[in-house]
Design a protein. Structure first.
Length: 367
């Protein structure tokens, strides 16, 4: 038992160190982003990891130690002269002068660094949520004088709404199509079933970049460029192979007795699927919903290629243009936009936390 403890102690210490490092790596960018979003300047150099803090230099005065606060000092002087016999005579004395350390003031001082809290500013959020033709003003004190800073708004609300529409429509189509396809592949045998499943596996072997040009041409032929529904169709169609296989694997683990019991009670296959199978597969459906919803929020390359006008852009494209190029340096406003992007993710993950954990554990929602 003693040897077992001695062996496990270094391992546990190492695991704790790795865990602490991972927590620091995760918390550092989060704290820095939050701090940057509440600053007035656009420069990242003016922000700090600790939110809402700034360093000030304070001049502290104290009595001079050399002259005891009097401001006076005595200087030793030497005077040499010759007497009547021609011998050199040296006379020493003291002369009252100003203290060289305090310059005769009797006080000395030094600069002391002081950390103090500064008031967080909503300037970046006001600029972000204002319309492009709206001027946003902010009054601040610089050198004891009031300065008015003005800036134009952005299309952030439009980008946010566009991304939300794409994510919701993609989630609805993906959940309906992939859940139904996964159940059909799992429970029914039909002509070409194995070939279709093999084709889905083959399609997953190739990266999405290979078909990007062809997809662009197809959207151009159907006048779907610079449209939101074109992106939705591409996202939903591209997710069918993997997500259908994912749902099929989950349905394979469910006992067939559930559907057969519904058939005995007089339910049709459609009624059994809607009222029995889908509620039992709730954990996996929640997992599919979360992954389908988060995908469009993170994608940048394809929306950048398809969407042209500013009122059709998604959040990823619009936020990146704030910091791309030499003249675009709105890093702190970019941080504010990134904070607002996390709001729907937090709501979804909190709402579906139980079902998500059940899906990861491989258990059914009926247990």
């Amino acid at each position: 038992m003693k040897k077992h403890l001695n062996r496990s102690t270094p391992i546990s210490i190492l695991l704790n160190i790795v865990l602490i490092i991972n927590v620091i790596i995760v918390l550092y960018p989060v704290l820095f982003t939050i701090s940057s979003s509440f600053t007035l300047t656009n420069s990242l150099g003016a922000t700090s990891v600790i939110p809402f803090t700034e360093e000030e230099d304070k001049y502290v005065k104290y009595p001079c130690n050399e002259c005891d606060g009097t401001g006076n000092a005595y200087q030793t002087i030497t005077v040499s002269s010759k007497d009547a016999d021609g011998k050199r005579k040296v006379i020493k004395g003291k002369k009252l002068i100003d203290c060289t350390y305090c310059k005769g003031t009797g006080e000395r001082g030094k600069l002391v660094a002081k950390f103090s809290l500064k008031k967080p500013s909503l300037w970046q959020y006001r600029r972000l949520l204002a319309d492009p033709d709206e001027m946003v003003e902010h009054r601040t004190m610089v050198g004891g004088e009031e300065v008015v800073v003005t800036s134009h708004g952005t299309n952030y609300k439009t980008w946010y709404l566009n991304t939300l529409k794409i994510a919701c429509m993609n989630t609805i189509l993906t959940v309906i199509i992939c859940t139904t396809a996964g159940y059909i592949f799992s429970r029914f045998n039909f002509l070409g079933r194995k070939q279709i499943m093999a084709g889905m596996i083959v399609l997953q072997m190739f990266p999405s970049f290979i078909g990007m040009v062809a997809t662009y041409v197809i959207l151009w032929k159907f006048n779907a460029l610079n449209t939101l529904w074109g992106l939705v169709l591409v996202y939903a169609a591209g997710s069918i192979p993997f997500n259908s296989q994912l749902m099929k694997g989950y349905f394979d683990t469910m006992p067939k007795d559930i559907a057969e019991a519904a058939y005995i009670d007089g339910a049709s296959p459609l009624v059994a699927y809607i009222r029995v199978i889908l509620p039992a597969a709730k954990p996996q459906i929640v997992f599919l919903t979360l992954t389908s919803f988060t995908g469009p929020w993170m994608d940048y390359i394809f929306p950048r290629m398809v969407l042209r006008s500013d009122d059709k852009k998604t959040l990823a494209v619009g936020l990146y243009e704030m910091i791309s190029g030499r003249s675009n340096d709105n890093f702190t406003m970019f941080a504010a936009g990134a904070i607002l992007v996390a709001v729907p993710f937090a709501i979804l993950f909190v709402a579906g936390q139980k079902s998500l954990l059940q899906s990861l554990a491989g258990t059914s929602g009926k247990e």
